[in-house]
Ligand binder design. Structure first.
Ligand code: GAP
Length: 432
């Protein structure tokens, strides 16, 4: 973990938020390669959850929602963690389920009795801070899909079974943020509420568990041996869930939740129907039956995928008798898919290299790397940020109109006519 954290800072993936003022615990900024990686994760998720399907539509709801939503959904009462504070010297606060006994793990002082602490960030709309103006930053995007359910079925041609997907920021005032971006206070959720016939929840629950696991292995390239499914026992289920399976990853700090797939039953639609007094039932056009659909929900944050990808991809090996650090990221998500590196700073090489760069931009995530230094050093830099392919323009290029593709993982080199380069890279990079 320390090595990955150091790499993300060194290479401009992640910085602590507001670092020049000492940072803010549980908040992070994303630098140039971090932004590229996050975008790639988001796009790949959207592509497979929405664009390549004909049964899922998108939604963007607001980050701030009124108290009524959170009262109805149960978050005001149930979205709590038990908190214990140290009464000794350090005064640290702990999540009760992470400490054993009654003494503070930091200073050994006594801990107070557990109190329930709500994880939602509260603020006010308008100039007066009173009860009626209280609103909350959403701790999940899911409620947007439920409160807009009627709007979506009335304005589109969706038919059960169908899903509504959303990506966007969520906020949780976590008591103990940590493990880098694994648990943060501001993060980006990617959630899909899949509405099904009530008696079909088990079969769709199973479908989505398997489909999400497949996505991690086949599309993101995660090592299947470091993934497993964990079925929650009844006593640890969220207040809305009939059954939940976590897709877990074998992190350096132990197995941890990467994504949750939950069977939310008709809990949310039912409570919103009761509180809002708006009929949220669905009329089946074939059977004329009216019912509240049940919901299967795969939910994951971009940040969890981000840290998992980096940990899974990080490797050290030896090339030409020199140690190297390499991120073996899948080309689908690599922040830079193709780096164009002219062998030297000679004018005639730069011209051709720039032409190659322009011809590939738009189709691939391309970086032009002419920084000084030996070509080997530039390859190493690209290895560290996970670039799967470097295109080298050398003096032979001026005569044979061919370039070299250098493969990150094997370090093998392949000579390709410039006319065939885009097609060859397409075969290598574009979703396999
Ligand atoms: N709508 C269901 C829901 O929010 P959750 O298990 O609380 O369920 C879903 O969260 C996913 O969001 C988790 O599997 C994890 O990927 C991510 N997540 C939750 N809390 C997080 C945090 N504090 N920081 C980063 N990601 C988080």
């Amino acid at each position: 973990m320390e090595k990955v954290v150091a790499l993300t800072k060194r290479r401009g993936f992640i910085y602590p938020s507001s670092e020049i003022y000492g940072g803010l615990s549980g908040f992070y900024d994303y630098g140039p390669y971090g932004v590229a990686l996050k975008r790639a994760i988001r796009d790949l998720w959207w592509r497979h959850m929405v664009e390549l399907r004909d049964d899922v539509v998108g939604l963007e709801s607001t980050l701030i929602m009124p108290s009524e939503v959170w009262a109805a959904s149960g978050h005001l009462t149930n979205f709590v963690d038990p908190l214990r504070q140290c009464l000794g010297t350090c005064k640290k606060r702990w999540r009760a389920d992470t400490v054993k006994g009654d003494t503070c793990p930091e200073c050994g002082g006594p801990l107070d009795e557990p109190r329930m602490f709500n994880l939602m960030f509260k603020t006010h709309v308008g100039p007066v801070e009173e009860l009626s103006s209280e609103v909350y930053l959403r701790p999940e995007t899911a409620q947007g899909m439920f409160v807009d359910f009627k709007n979506v079925i009335n304005s589109t041609r969706v038919r059960v079974p169908f899903g509504i997907a959303q990506q966007g920021k969520a906020f949780r005032n976590e008591i103990t943020p940590g493990n880098f971006v694994f648990r943060v206070r501001e993060f980006e959720l990617m959630e899909m509420e899949y509405f099904v016939k009530p008696e079909q929840d088990d079969e769709w629950f199973d479908y989505w568990r398997k489909e999400r696991m497949r996505w991690y292995v086949e599309e993101l390239g995660l090592n299947a041996e470091r993934l497993r499914m964990y079925d929650h026992p009844q006593e640890s289920l969220s207040h809305y869930s009939k059954q939940t399976t976590d897709i877990e990853y074998d992190f350096p700090f132990g197995w941890g939740e990467l994504e949750g797939v939950a069977d939310r039953t008709d809990y949310d639609l039912r409570v919103h129907q009761e509180h809002s007094k708006i009929d949220l039932t669905y009329l089946d056009p074939e059977t004329n039956e009216r019912y509240l659909p049940w919901v299967i929900e795969p939910a994951v944050s971009v940040e969890r995928i981000f840290i998992t990808l980096l940990l899974d991809a990080y490797d050290e090996d030896v090339v030409n008798e020199e140690p190297r650090v390499v991120l073996r990221l899948h080309p689908n998500v690599a922040p830079v898919q193709v780096a164009v590196v002219p062998l030297s700073k000679k004018e005639e090489l730069i011209k051709v290299a720039r032409d190659v760069q322009r011809s590939l931009q738009g189709e691939f995530r391309v970086e032009y790397d002419q920084t000084g230094g030996h070509i080997g050093r530039r390859y190493r830099r690209q290895d560290e940020i996970g670039t799967p392919f470097c295109i080298t323009v050398d003096f032979d290029t001026l005569n044979d109109n061919a370039v070299t593709i250098r493969h990150r993982d094997s370090t093998k080199q392949e000579r390709v006519p410039m006319a065939d380069l885009a097609a060859r890279l397409g075969a290598l990079v574009v979703e396999r």
